[in-house]
Ligand binder design. Structure first.
Ligand code: EPZ
Length: 422
């Protein structure tokens, strides 16, 4: 197991280029299974979650060819299995999209329960409700979800909670169903639009992605030989924007869609961070003292839960007492115990974290408890006085491409070492 050694108190300066969106790619790759042809996907992030998903799809018969590091060609003509039951299924959350994709392709699927970050109970009842509404029989046996249907028929589905995963999964299953499917109270995240655009390019008929009503008119077949470019990763961009502000640096974050960043940029401006927006980049720098703010995480276009842990580090640098209310996941404050080892003064009251600002963090041995908690720990270490050793680095590998290299180029004193070489 590797660890990161970070010496803090260096201002981040320079330019960083954001990779393709993890959570879009995790939907686009399974979506290719609806096709029996080839397609090319560009701007695929080179991260652990994607390589695990590729391995699972290869076990189903899909063939991958790397055109370059971030461009892959997927051939799904030889896909001959609807059983996604390898042990790797537990390693990521995004494996749940194989349910919708395999059900859509074969009218049946046997899929192991997904894993992913431990953010509290993460039910999939809304996914199942959607599949059942389309006519699938759903059975849960020995840790597998078994889906089967004689035919899939369009239906009207109202989601009881706004769920990114359920919205995408139902969309995947409905693309080739007979008739019209309507998803109401759908999630509106940018990557839902990206996946819908990919499906539409293959000949699907999806309207309204990005709004809370998505209409999918089933089509009989899809066509291949298309090229799709994955959108930039909104959460990676936000992580670097926050890191730039927290270290009082000056960073141009390139390859972003500024519109996707609005909930964060609004908060940064409220805190006195200087934000300059360009067509596809955002410059972040700090001149004044940072003001306290209150943040509540919400489904898009609200403040993303995935940026909540990194944002906490910025609030530790502000004047006065700020709060963060976690509106999506019940258990996303575990990282705070790690920050306390560095001297953070944060109190958790139910779903709210009360954060005392002007905090002097000091380097300490800490561990990443999940992907975004890990990113928060790295930013805390960049701000802190002295040296931090961060273990459980594999969590960062799941979702950030070249994280250490990108931070190093911005002037961070960060290195990755094998644990037994320290
Ligand atoms: C996706 O998770 C992302 N994962 C998460 O990214 C992200 O935090 C989350 O959306 C919210 O934006 C992937 O895209 C692979 P949800 P997902 O279904 O789909 C409840 C990261 O760090 N719910 O939108 O699992 C659920 O418990 C990760 O990149 C139900 O009750 O999130 C939660 O409270 C972590 N029943 C809320 O809805 C269901 O059937 C939103 O969850 C489904 C969800």
């Amino acid at each position: 197991m590797d660890k990161l050694i970070i010496r803090g108190q260096k201002r981040l300066k320079g330019e960083v280029t954001i990779s393709g969106a993890k959570n879009a790619a995790l939907g686009v790759l399974p979506a290719a299974l609806l096709l029996s042809d080839v397609c090319t996907i560009e701007n695929v992030p080179d991260i652990l979650d994607i390589s695990i998903l590729r391995g699972i799809m290869e076990s189903l018969g899909a063939q991958f060819e790397n055109i370059d590091r971030n461009t892959i060609r997927i051939d799904t003509r030889k896909v001959n299995s609807y059983m996604a039951t390898t042990p790797d299924m537990h390693k990521l959350r995004g494996s749940y999209y194989l349910m919708g994709a395999l059900l859509g392709r074969f009218k049946r699927a046997v899929v192991t329960f997904p894993g992913g970050c431990n953010l509290g109970v993460r039910p999939i009842d809304q996914h199942i409700k959607g599949f059942e509404a389309l006519g699938a029989k759903v059975e849960i046996e020995h840790g597998h979800i078994k889906l089967s249907a004689n035919k899939l028929t369009g239906a009207s589905i109202y989601l009881d909670v706004v769920s990114v995963g359920a919205t995408i999964n139902i969309m995947l299953a409905a693309v080739k169903a007979e008739g019209l499917t309507t998803i109401e109270n759908a999630a509106k995240e940018p990557h839902i639009v990206d996946i819908a655009n990919f499906l539409n390019a293959m000949g699907a008929d999806i309207k309204g992605a990005g709004t809370d009503i998505i209409r999918i008119r089933g089509v009989k077949s899809l066509k291949g030989n298309i090229v799709h470019n994955i959108i930039p990763d909104q959460i990676e961009a936000g992580t670097f924007m926050i890191a730039a502000a927290a270290t009082r640096g000056d960073v141009l974050v390139k390859n972003v869609i500024p519109k996707h960043m609005e909930s964060l940029t609004a908060k940064l401006i409220e805190m006195n961070v200087r934000v300059e927006e360009f067509d596809d980049s955002i410059r972040i720098y700090v001149k004044e003292r940072l003001s306290k703010v209150n943040i509540k995480t919400l489904p898009y276009p609200g403040f993303p839960t995935d940026l909540q842990p990194p944002a906490a580090i910025l609030l530790l640098q502000a004047e006065g007492i700020s709060t963060i209310t976690e509106g999506i996941f019940e258990n996303r404050f575990q990282y705070i115990e790690e920050l306390k080892r560095m001297g953070a003064n944060i109190r958790v009251e139910g779903r709210m974290a009360v954060i005392e600002g002007r905090c002097k963090l000091s380097g300490a041995p800490i561990k990443a408890l999940d992907l975004r908690a890990g990113a928060a720990c790295v930013i805390a270490a960049l701000v802190a006085d002295g040296e931090t050793e961060l273990t459980n680095v594999h969590y960062l590998d799941r979702g950030y491409e070249n994280f250490v290299e990108k931070l190093g180029k911005l002037g961070a004193d960060i290195k990755r070492v094998e644990n037994n070489k320290c």
